[in-house]
Design a protein around this ligand. Structure first.
Ligand SMILES: NC(=O)c1ccc[n+]([C@@H]2O[C@H](COP(=O)([O-])OP(=O)(O)OC[C@H]3O[C@@H](n4cnc5c(N)ncnc54)[C@H](O)[C@@H]3O)[C@@H](O)[C@H]2O)c1
Length: 338
């Protein structure tokens, strides 16, 4: 029987939305409904109750109430970083799959703890990372071998927010880091899919505002990543208050180069001649839709689950290592890769 017809016969997963009244939660509501039955929503923010009414699903003020009242297969978790672990631990203790926003975890020990809980419960914990489902980044991964030996990359990602960070991102307890953890998680994860973990990282943590400096929440981070055994170096520059919103990855190799920006990726010969271009027509919503459908179809796939957890552990380990060593300004990560 063709795969699509088999898919049609599977029951739609029942999903609980946790943090559904926030920015990211609201973005996922219409897309989630296409592939799953939303059987409830948890969020204590005042707009959450009327929003659940508009969408026609039961509302719960906290997760404990939902766990007592409604049966579901998986939960989608879009809450502030400080809430991720307790929410996910509780879901796994109740035998539920988790599809969660980044970061997978805020420290390496927390990531390892979460992986143990997922393994004990035999449940999935998938992290929502759109770039892994974006055709332009897929083009970059698939064409990496065509540029020969990569010797340099630069990856920049900037927002142009005109005011100091507010809300939970301005609280260390809730954010657990500044731009490196928040925006940089995406970039470090993209690099995890292309290169091994960087054995050495030099970092510069920069603050535009006194309050973010006082709270240890960097507004800008610059990283120099070294892979001495591969002859590869690379830089990451991530900020919230730049002149323009921008994202750009460039990889230079012995036989060519890759250039990736939102909406288009190009492969070049040495010297710049364009060899191939990928400029897909789909929207950001299409990418999110394919990511969500992909995870919902693999909730019971233990091999896929294991690979996903290992990749997320690597991403968390890199970021945690950079934060822990920031006072020294340089991070020797090799010993943690063993
Ligand atoms: N992938 C992306 O591009 C992207 C973009 C933005 C945010 N995010 C991630 O999404 C998550 C949420 O960020 P946001 O910008 O949507 O924040 P937000 O403040 O807009 O939304 C968070 C929501 O969670 C609710 N909440 C807080 N604690 C809760 C709890 N214990 N149980 C249930 N609900 C709770 C809040 O009331 C709020 O409605 C973060 O992990 C963030 O990193 C990802």
């Amino acid at each position: 029987m063709p795969g699509d017809r088999l898919k049609d016969l599977r029951p739609r997963p029942r999903v609980l939305m946790i943090g559904f009244a926030g920015h990211q939660g609201k973005e996922y509501l219409p897309i989630m409904r296409e592939s799953a039955d939303i059987v409830g929503g948890v969020d204590s923010a005042p707009p959450a109750l009327p929003l659940a009414g508009e969408w026609g699903f039961p509302y719960y003020e906290n997760l404990d109430d939902a766990l007592k009242s409604v049966d579901f297969d998986a939960a989608v978790v879009t809450v502030p970083h400080g809430e991720h672990f307790p929410v996910c631990a509780s879901l796994l203790a109740h035998g539920r799959h988790v599809i969660k926003e980044k970061p997978f975890a805020v420290t390496e020990p927390e990531a390892r703890h979460l992986i143990r809980l997922a393994q004990q419960a035999d449940r999935s914990v998938f992290t929502l990372l759109q770039r892994n489902f974006d055709p332009v980044f897929r083009f970059a991964r698939e064409n990496l071998a065509r540029i020969g030996e990569p010797y340099w990359f630069s990856y920049d990602y900037h927002f142009n927010l005109a005011r100091p960070t507010t809300g939970w991102r301005a609280s260390w307890e809730q954010a657990r880091g500044g731009v490196l953890l928040d925006m940089g998680y995406h970039l470090v994860d993209v690099l995890s899919g292309m290169f091994p973990e960087a054995p050495r990282v030099h970092s510069a943590f920069v603050h535009q505002y006194r309050e973010t400096r006082d709270r240890g929440l960097e507004d800008l981070v610059g990283l120099m990543c070294s892979y001495p055994s591969r002859g590869l170096e690379g830089s990451l520059l991530i900020s919230r208050h730049s002149l323009a919103k921008a994202e750009h990855l460039c990889v230079l190799g012995s036989e060519g180069a890759l250039n990736v920006a939102p909406g288009a990726a190009t492969l070049h010969a040495v010297g710049g001649a364009q060899l191939e271009r990928c400029a897909p027509e789909g929207s950001r919503t299409d990418i999110t839709r394919s990511m969500i459908a992909h995870y919902l179809e693999r909730l019971e796939d233990r091999d896929y689950r294991r690979d996903h957890l290992l990749r997320q552990l690597a991403t968390v380990r890199t970021i945690d290592g950079i934060y822990r060593d920031r006072s020294g300004g340089s991070s020797e990560l090799a010993h943690r890769c063993a």
